[in-house]
Design a binder for this molecule. Structure first.
Ligand SMILES: Cc1cc2nc3c(=O)[nH]c(=O)nc-3n(C[C@H](O)[C@H](O)[C@H](O)COP(=O)(O)O)c2cc1C
Length: 198
């Protein structure tokens, strides 16, 4: 399958038990605008964090399938299932470690393993601070294996007015990695030109 045909395929989103569920909300909102078919896997521990952070992810109508993380027979468990990309957001250090070691204890780990072996776009958005040598080593291994490591580190030069805007600006950068542009977000070139009156 050529890369153009692959781009038309659904996007697989995995949510794990790290803080930052608001990032999932703004990412889904942005992907909604592109009319992309979305499949989602939410880990058991992510469900607890969702409860803590009080975010309702059920509002997004473009989620076609929500797979049980224990269902190791579900389509994302096979490399023969085509997706345009997989985004793990937020990615816990636990999930990061499992994937970097090739251990597949749930459907998220297995799907990521398939993306790596099939050399397909895998975007991993870790959230932890500070980072231990083990965390850093795991990220390096995944980067070497072909994943994009996209730490959830928001920028402030766009002068976000609230947390939601901060999150929206950051997830627009993930969309950018998919070759799409969130139209209501200014890129650095636009900010620079505006600032200099160019
Ligand atoms: C409220 C809450 C916030 C958490 N935040 C983080 C975090 O930011 N990063 C992280 O690596 N783990 C975090 N954890 C711990 C993970 O949930 C835990 O390591 C879990 O085993 C991850 O499981 P999973 O990777 O299958 O989702 C948090 C746990 C809770 C309850």
């Amino acid at each position: 399958m050529n890369s153009e045909a692959l781009k038309q395929k659904p996007i697989l989103i995995a949510v794990t038990g790290a803080s930052g569920i608001i990032y999932v909300e703004t990412l889904l909102e942005q992907l909604n605008k592109f009319n992309k078919e979305l499949h989602i896997i939410i880990s058991e521990n992510a469900k607890k964090v969702i409860e803590f952070e009080k975010i309702d992810l059920t509002l997004f109508s473009n989620i076609k399938y929500s797979f049980d993380p224990k269902d190791i027979e579900a389509p994302p468990a096979s490399g023969s299932t085509r997706y345009s990309a997989m985004i793990i957001i937020p990615c816990s250090m636990n999930t990061l470690a499992a994937i970097s070691c090739g251990i597949t204890l749930n459907l998220i780990h297995r799907a990521a393993d398939c993306f790596l072996k099939q050399k397909r776009p895998l975007i991993i958005c870790p959230r932890e601070t500070p980072l231990s040598t083990i965390h850093l080593k795991n990220m390096l291994e995944l980067s070497k294996a072909g994943a994009v490591i996209f730490p959830l580190m928001p920028a402030f030069y766009q002068n976000p007015k609230n947390i939601r805007e901060l999150s929206y600006n950051l997830t627009a950068r993930i969309i950018d990695l998919l070759g799409l542009k969130v139209m209501d977000i200014k890129d650095w070139q636009e900010i620079y030109r505006e600032k200099r009156g160019l």
